[in-house]
Design a protein. Structure first.
Length: 192
C-alpha cells in the first residue's frame, strides 16, 4: 500500500483533498525519485483518491501528467501573472468535465460529475475544494532547490518553507552558515 507524503506533520492534520493533491504533485520524478505514474500499481494508488479503479489507461495518464504539470507550475509560481496563465492551462485541460448540482440531501448541495474523465473530475473537485476553503496558498514546494517536494503548510501563519525542517531546513541553514563563514574568512584573509 502506498503511503501519503501529506497526511500529517508536526503542526497538524492535512485535509484529505489537500493530501491527495500533494500526493499527486509528489508523484512526479524529483530528487532522484521515479515518476509514480510510470507503473500501473503506483499510478493506481496515486489516483485512487480521485476515483481511479484498476490500472489507468495511457490516455488518462497523459492527461493527468499534464494536469499535474499545470498544478506544479501554479504551486511553484511566485508571480501572479504566471499563476494566471497556469490556472488557465489547468482550466482548459479540465474543461471537458461538467458538473451538476445535486440537492438530494436536505440542506446540502453536492456537485455530481456528468461528463468527462472521472479521474480528471476528481482532481478538479479536490482542487476546487481546497480553493473554496481558502487553503490553496498552503500548498507549497520545498524551498530546498534540490528537493522541491510539495507539501501542505499547516502552520497558523502559513510561513513554512521546507517540506521537512529536520531534513531540508537544517541542510539549507547549515549550507548558508558555512557560506557566510567562508565569506567572512575570505574577508579576514584579504585584510590580513
Amino acid at each position: 500500500m502506498a503511503t501519503s507524503t501529506a497526511r500529517t506533520n508536526d503542526e497538524g492534520v492535512v485535509p484529505p483533498p489537500a493530501a491527495a493533491i500533494v500526493d499527486l504533485l509528489n508523484s512526479r520524478a524529483y530528487a532522484g525519485r521515479p515518476d509514480k505514474l510510470d507503473t500501473p500499481a503506483s499510478a493506481e494508488a496515486v489516483l485512487r483518491p480521485f476515483g481511479q479503479e484498476g490500472a489507468p489507461t495511457p490516455q488518462r495518464l497523459d492527461l493527468v501528467r499534464a494536469l499535474r504539470a499545470d498544478l506544479l507550475a501554479v504551486t511553484g509560481s511566485s508571480d501572479p501573472a504566471d499563476s494566471a496563465g497556469n490556472w488557465a492551462a489547468f482550466s482548459g485541460r479540465a474543461s471537458s468535465v461538467t458538473f451538476q448540482q445535486d440537492f438530494a440531501s436536505p440542506g446540502q448541495v453536492r456537485l455530481r460529475q456528468i461528463t468527462g474523465d472521472p479521474v480528471v473530475g476528481g482532481i478538479t473537485q479536490h482542487v476546487a475544494t481546497i480553493i473554496a476553503e481558502g487553503n490553496w496558498s498552503r500548498l507549497r514546494l520545498c524551498a530546498n532547490e534540490v528537493c522541491r517536494a510539495a507539501f501542505y503548510d499547516t502552520t497558523r501563519n502559513r510561513s513554512r518553507r521546507w517540506h521537512s525542517y529536520g531534513y531540508c531546513g537544517n541542510r539549507t541553514n547549515v549550507a548558508a552558515h558555512r557560506a557566510r563563514s567562508a565569506a567572512s574568512d575570505d574577508t579576514v584573509a584579504a585584510k590580513g
